[in-house]
Design a protein around this ligand. Structure first.
Ligand code: GLY
Length: 373
């Protein structure tokens, strides 16, 4: 078991404030953490086949210790699970098991499970309660915090969803020790994002600790999770529904979502892998329009690559990618308003900002240069 000390971060949202618990061994203590918020001594767990195999028994034992009954719905792993048909079947399954509005559903898995389950919780009987129990690095530092829930549609990623805050986040650090390397690297993309957005000191910490992070060193990872959750909690508390500053959390994501959509949200490209390349693209585009220096781009690219992530679109899994298709997908982004595309760009390391007037012609020239042989 990891020996790091427990950390707690609060997402301050008035009456809907909640804590993110970060420590080793939390799955086996889940019952103790959850019990105080339960009105009935039972929970509904939504998870996927992989997480069920590895961690479900530990979680259920932790619940049994506190006499909490659990009903489990196990879904297929992968981004394709974030779809209408699985949203419907999951709601039906929970209702068939008798779920009501006072019940708590546990989103037990990575970002896919968290996003889908949060939406299920928001819709079922006009809203049941839910707790995020993220089991990947990416979901611990990003998707489980802040209340964004969604499924994908044919038109693009995360287009059907709700803002729906959980009542608690339980981020067990032990689960990170069993993550496949690809999942770890994908999560590190969302970690370095916080440094690139507005925290040059954290960026430097990542530069200096890339090897330890890649080796899943428990204390270094727990520190990275804490700083990331604090950054996310701060931004979400200031702008819960993304009227302004929360959009900064999408650094690299408009490029990334276009890349993911171009390959049909298939398993060849994980979300975090696309975000790694997307952030490098955001820095290169910023340089192309004279916002930041070549040194900033090189430093960002080097740090992203040191975390085991690809920075060059031409070498990215799931390709080849085509400039016109990428631009078309980017135009369907949620941040596009009246045909005007918004991008998160950077004036330097830790100096990201929201650019609401992106010139689509310029962007296409850039995308052509990114994808040409
Ligand atoms: N993942 C971006 C956000 O939560 O706003």
């Amino acid at each position: 078991m990891v020996q790091n000390s427990a950390k707690q971060v609060t997402v301050a949202l008035g009456e809907r404030s909640y804590d993110i618990h970060i420590a080793a061994g939390l799955l086996s203590r889940a019952g103790e953490l959850i019990k105080p918020i339960l009105k009935q001594q039972r929970v509904f767990i939504v998870t996927d086949e992989n997480v069920a195999k590895t961690h479900l028994e530990t979680l259920q034992n932790g619940l049994v210790q506190e006499n909490i009954e659990s009903f489990v719905e196990i879904l297929p792993p992968g981004e394709a699970t974030k779809c209408y048909s699985i949203l419907e079947s999951t709601i039906d399954a929970l209702m068939a098991q008798g779920a009501d509005r006072n019940d708590v559903v546990l989103a037990f898995g990575g970002g896919v499970i968290g996003d889908l389950t949060g939406l299920v919780a928001g819709l079922l009987k006009r809203g049941m309660r839910f707790v995020q129990v993220p089991t990947t690095l990416l979901s611990q530092v990003d998707s489980s915090v802040g209340g964004k829930t969604a499924i994908n549609s044919k038109m693009g990623k995360n287009l059907i969803g709700l803002f729906n805050q959980p009542e608690m986040v339980i981020a067990d650090q032990d689960v990170l020790q069993t993550l496949p390397v690809r999942e770890l690297c994908a999560g590190l993309a969302e970690v370095i994002k916080y440094g690139l957005i507005d925290d040059p000191d954290f960026f430097e910490f990542i530069e200096q600790n890339a090897e330890k992070l890649n080796a899943a060193d428990p204390d270094t990872l727990a520190e990275a999770v804490r700083v990331s959750c604090e950054a996310k909690a701060r931004i979400v508390s200031e702008d819960e529904t993304e009227r302004g500053k929360r959009a900064l959390l999408n650094l690299g994501h408009t490029f990334a979502h276009a890349l993911e959509r171009a390959n049909g949200f298939g398993p060849a490209l994980l979300h975090g892998e696309a975000v790694g390349t997307g952030m490098a693209m955001a820095y290169r585009y910023s340089k192309a329009i004279d916002l930041c220096s070549g040194q900033d781009v090189t430093r960002a690219e080097k740090a992203i690559a040191a975390l085991g992530l690809e920075t060059d679109v031409r070498n990215l899994a799931g390709g080849p990618y085509e400039a016109n298709a990428l631009l078309e997908h980017m135009m369907h982004d949620k941040k596009t308003e009246q045909g005007r595309l918004t991008l998160i760009l950077a004036k330097g390391i830790g100096q990201s900002y929201i650019e609401k007037n992106v010139d689509a012609d310029n962007l296409l020239v850039f995308l052509n240069s990114e994808t040409a042989d």
